[in-house]
Design a protein around this ligand. Structure first.
Ligand code: ATP
Length: 240
């Protein structure tokens, strides 16, 4: 579904991505784990068209992507950005409707809004509340819901668990599994390697702008170097 080939991205003199290649197949949850500054957000922002690579290409369903966020949303890629970036002075419902601003299928938009409210009953209870007054976890749900309103098939998620209390972190990862069950494909960027590897099918490890390891998530979670760097001494109970 998504193929990234030899991607190089720089901010002035800083080379944030140095030849990243990866693939995501339809229906998978693929995670990219890496420390602060490894280049995870840069990678997602480049796939979404906000940043232009200096080299390399990105294919979606075998078509080369233009570096245009509006066109990329239309092709079916949606992005849940780090820090959520919701509209604080708009209601929950208005934030969700804005997720669908490039669509004109009003009946389907209404149905998708109901689907989002079914997935996130907490948002339904707060549909007229100003988004800026939601808790951190609720804002994360809103950001995920807004991305689902684009009706995209591939969901890019940038650190959805960042800054959340442990109980809510688990909720967010449960929701990611539910989103996959709706038929979506997910590329998940996370610092919480333990949780991310636990729900993912495959994983890539990004270090200083380069992919240094890749494989089935369960295998990556067992890798001694990965465990030492990202999983501490925690014993990992992986899915079968
Ligand atoms: P984190 O987990 O801390 O969010 P990350 O893996 O998402 O980190 P990026 O945000 O992609 O990392 O940053 C990769 C590198 O690019 C870092 O060295 C960062 O300082 C640099 N960088 C990111 N954005 C900019 C920018 N707008 N201008 C200059 N350098 C930047």
């Amino acid at each position: 579904m998504l193929t990234v080939k030899d991607l190089h991205v720089s901010y002035g003199g800083i080379r944030a991505l140095k030849g990243v290649s990866l693939a995501v197949n339809k229906g998978e949850i693929v995670t990219i784990i890496g420390a602060n500054g490894a280049g995870k957000s840069t990678l997602l922002n480049t796939i979404s068209g906000f940043l232009k690579p200096t080299r390399g290409e990105i294919l979606y369903n075998n078509e080369k992507l233009a570096h245009r966020p509006d066109l990329i949303v239309k092709t079916g890629i949606c992005h849940v950005p780090e820090g959520r970036l919701i509209f604080a002075n708009l209601t929950v419902t208005d934030n969700l409707i804005l997720g669908a601003y490039l669509r004109n299928d009003s009946k389907a938009i209404k149905e998708d809004l109901e689907k989002v409210f079914t997935l996130f009953p907490r948002l339904k209870e707060r549909e007229l509340q100003l988004a800026g007054t939601l808790s951190g976890g609720e804002q994360q749900m809103l950001a995920m819901g807004r991305a689902l309103m684009t009706n995209g098939e591939l969901v890019l998620m940038d650190e959805p668990s960042l800054g959340l209390a442990p109980l809510l972190v688990q909720t967010v990862f449960d929701i990611i599994l539910q989103i996959r069950a709706l038929g979506k494909t997910i590329l998940l960027v996370e610092q919480n390697a333990f949780k991310a590897l636990n729900i993912a099918d495959r994983a890539y490890v990004l270090e200083q702008g380069r992919i240094v390891k890749q494989g089935p998530a369960a295998e990556i979670a067992r890798d001694p170097a990965v465990r030492a760097a990202y999983l501490g001494s925690k014993s990992v109970a992986m899915k079968a």
